[in-house]
Design a protein around this ligand. Structure first.
Ligand SMILES: *Cc1c(COP(=O)(O)O)cnc(C)c1O
Length: 212
């Protein structure tokens, strides 16, 4: 674990940017170290692991759900997360809307990057269609978009993918008052993502070291 990297990343953030420390596959003791430094936003990918950690760790942690979502787990993912980043299919979005919630449910729509059919995420058309038809007075709040740039692509292609996220984000932000979040950037590309307007970077290994 590198607290030096943690402090360095914190210094790079401006006041509209947030660091999500991605703690999947990491020990409770490491999470506790950051918590003791005042950090409150952590990211997880698997529901069982999230439930376990959130039961053990302090209740004022904001858990961010970043993993693939199976529709049968939506109810509990909502229950244990303060922001869901990875709504990547229309079916999952519909399932969220059909969940009985008592308080506000915040989520992001994941934009597909790269053109392989198998890649996760909504196409720009699908994503815009959801935002345009969404009931903004409901308890379900679309806060913005999430992107995962492909690995092993050229610098040029990565810039391209971040640019696509940036343009879509700013277009939506101008038109919809709830939209204020662009979740973009991981350990190996967060600085670049920040330069493209990212408001949330999701960083795991650079802070915690290799995952189990
Ligand atoms: C695991 C994960 C991260 C963190 O990745 P690192 O390379 O360890 O920083 C960020 N975002 C998502 C969606 C992830 O699944």
């Amino acid at each position: 674990m590198s607290l030096i990297n943690y402090q360095k990343i914190k210094k790079e953030l401006n006041n509209r940017q947030k660091l999500i420390a991605v703690s999947k596959g990491q020990d409770i003791s490491k999470i506790k170290k950051l918590y003791d430094l005042g950090h409150r936003d952590f990211g997880e990918n698997y529901l069982q692991e999230l439930i376990k950690k959130s039961t053990i760790l302090p209740a004022d942690i904001h858990w961010h759900f970043l993993g693939k979502i199976q529709t049968n787990k939506v109810k509990n993912i909502i229950k244990f997360s303060s922001l869901i980043h990875s709504v990547s299919r229309e079916k999952v979005y519909q399932k969220i809307l059909n969940t009985d919630v008592k308080e506000k449910c915040n989520f992001l729509l994941q934009l597909r990057l790269g053109d392989e059919d198998s890649k996760d995420g909504l196409s720009p058309e699908e994503l815009i269609n959801i935002v345009e038809n969404h009931d903004n007075e409901s308890l379900f709040c679309i806060k913005g978009i999430m992107g995962i740039a492909q690995n092993n692509i050229s610098e040029k292609e990565k810039n391209n993918q971040f640019q696509i996220c940036r343009e879509l984000f700013f277009t939506l932000k101008e038109n919809y008052k709830n939209i204020d979040t662009l979740s973009l950037g991981m350990s190996n590309d967060y600085s670049l993502a920040m330069s493209y307007g990212s408001t949330m970077v999701r960083i795991g290994t650079k802070i915690f070291g290799e995952r189990k």
